[in-house]
Design a protein around this ligand. Structure first.
Ligand SMILES: Nc1ncnc2c1ncn2[C@@H]1O[C@H](COP(=O)(O)OP(=O)(O)O)[C@@H](O)[C@H]1O
Ligand SMILES: N[C@@H](CC(=O)OP(=O)(O)O)C(=O)O
Length: 524
């Protein structure tokens, strides 16, 4: 039988091969299956063949077998909070899934609507409201109302979430008694959002005859660091999640409905959250684990747009993006994608499609490894507000050897990432430490405007951008080109930033095409 390994299966095979056979030379990924030495009780499954998604399967004795999954999973579809905010939206999402009968999707869901914000707010109020008053917390009532109403409108039994609702109130009581909301408790608290939305949706799918199975990510192998509220996915997640979802699928063909945003801390064993918007990351992790053909993230916008539509309503969809551009865009603050979500997709080269669940016909944005850059100048404008700029001048001789290394060591020691908004408390420590080697000036209320685009044309982009700044009398206080070569960042005052973004948007996207034919690409 001849089979071709999907690249993701190759990565997984190779990784396991190296882990357990460190002294042997690397064979062809498929040959290695014949002579892998797995530790006792170790099982490995990986998806092979891009289209047919069959499974390579190694049992605990190290024997390899080939199991033809035939109709196995093809894609992962993640629906964000706005896509499952109400019963009516859940019905539409169910319709959408049924529109693609040829797909065997894995569904990832976020919490309904504003549930995560409401849970956090309820937790904060519980700290000071007194334990007899927990049931009066407005956000708790909102959470109960929206979930009970949805269950009712979808015609499913309230028992699917009654345990979660009771447990949630108990947890809020505990917080009220202790008068403390630790980061660990906060993650447990927010987990109720995704745990409930997935239970409701899976029950609804089953009620309309679409066989579905709910999964809590923290119970199916999503292993993370113990950085509560912002945990990182660990590599052990990939084989564990692939094995669990595939094993279940082989014995019972039910659409998996998985909680986004959550994992289990590797040391604590407690529920962790992957940072706000983390369900995108859950989706790309599943895509990579199973070597799926496509990862879809369904939002409330027509894809990734040329800027945040809440800043400028004329924002337009960007049809194609590279992984690098999307990652940069997310890192510099475009709320539309989680900053870490591109990594698994990039590592396994699986395209990510951003679609609008309110307008499924819109083509959306396709994010992939390469795209045709010949006509690309600027792709998107991203604004990150309320950042503090640090002006650091060495007190020693100018250009003193090792000065910058010392500066960055201080940031590293204090665990502060440069370019990300830091709290003033953190900054006090930075200023104190930096003060020993430099004169430091704090310049708060600044904004970073990031121009994501084809940096081959950086001179042209900057010329155009600076003529906008000049026309609007805006003083650019710093400019930096990201190492990725797809991003240039400019610092301006917060008060001027939104106007600048609108004016830049007009100049790059609304006032006609820039002729690139005459522009000479910058050489590096
Ligand atoms: N460049 C951008 N392109 C698209 N949406 C953006 C952009 N910047 C910010 N947004 C915001 O991101 C929102 C969609 O992301 P998100 O809230 O995570 O959706 P969901 O909760 O449905 O997953 C949009 O409603 C929009 O307000
Ligand atoms: N519910 C979580 C995780 C998430 O990804 O949500 P959304 O897909 O709605 O951005 C949050 O609000 O952060």
């Amino acid at each position: 039988m001849s089979i071709s390994l999907h690249s993701n299966a190759k990565i997984l095979c190779t990784r396991f091969y190296h882990q357990f056979n460190q002294n042997l030379p690397s064979p062809h990924p498929f040959q290695l299956l014949d002579h892998l030495h797995f530790p006792p009780n170790f099982r490995f499954s990986a998806v092979v063949d891009h289209k047919r998604s069959s499974i390579v399967y190694c049992n605990k004795d190290g024997d390899s077998a080939f199991s033809d999954g035939g109709d196995a999973f093809t894609c992962v579809m993640k629906f964000g909070g706005s896509s499952v905010a109400l019963a009516e939206r859940m019905r539409e999402v169910a319709n959408l899934i049924q529109c693609f009968p040829e797909e065997n999707p894995i569904i990832v869901l976020s919490a309904m609507g504003k549930t995560t914000n409401n849970l956090i707010c309820a937790g904060e109020k519980a700290v000071s409201c007194g334990f007899t008053n927990v049931s009066e917390i407005e956000e708790l009532s909102l959470i109960k109302d929206v979930h009970l109403r949805t269950v009712n409108e979808l015609g499913i039994d309230v028992s699917v979430i009654s345990e979660q609702l009771e447990e949630l109130e108990l947890l809020l009581n505990g917080i009220a008694r202790l008068k403390e909301l630790t980061l660990r408790t906060r993650d447990k608290l927010v987990s109720f959002g995704e745990c409930m939305s997935t239970r409701v949706f899976a029950a609804y799918l089953n009620s309309i005859g679409v066989k579905a199975q709910q999964y809590d990510a923290f119970d199916i192998g999503f292993v993370t660091t113990d950085d509560f509220t912002n945990a990182d996915i660990l590599d052990a997640t990939y084989p564990a999640v692939a094995a669990k979802l595939h094993d279940d699928w082989i014995s019972n063909k039910a659409i998996p409905v998985v909680t986004g945003f959550l994992g289990k801390g590797c040391k604590s064993g407690e529920i962790t959250a992957l940072g706000r918007g983390g369900s995108d990351l859950t989706a790309t992790v599943i895509g990579k684990a199973l070597g799926l053909r496509e990862i879809q993230v369904w939002k409330d916008v027509n894809g990734v747009l040329t800027c945040d539509p809440s800043i400028h309503p004329c924002a337009k969809p960007v049809p194609y993006l590279t992984f690098e551009e999307a990652a940069e865009l997310a890192y510099f603050g475009a709320q539309v994608l989680h900053p870490q979500a591109m990594r698994p997709a990039m590592e396994s080269n699986i395209p990510v499609r951003v679609k609008n669940s309110y307008n499924p016909k819109a083509p959306g944005t396709l994010i992939s490894k390469d795209r045709d850059m010949t006509k690309a100048l600027l792709t998107s404008i991203v604004l990150k507000q309320n950042v503090t700029m640090l002006d650091i001048v060495s007190t020693r001789m100018l250009g003193q050897f090792g000065f910058l290394a010392k500066v960055f060591a201080i940031f590293e020691d204090l665990d502060i990432s440069v370019d990300v908004v830091a709290t003033s408390e953190e900054l006090d420590h930075v200023v104190e430490e930096l003060g020993k080697i430099a004169v430091v000036k704090l310049l708060p209320q600044r904004s970073i405007i990031s121009l994501i685009g084809n940096i081959q044309y950086s001179s042209l982009i900057l010329e155009k951008a600076f003529s906008v700044f000049r026309r609007h009398n805006v003083n650019v206080q710093m400019i930096s080109q990201g190492a990725s070569k797809v991003n240039m960042s400019l610092i301006v005052n917060d008060s001027e930033a939104e106007e600048c973004v609108k004016a830049l948007h007009y100049s790059f996207f609304e006032s006609g095409q820039v002729a690139l034919t005459n522009a000479k690409a910058d050489s590096y």
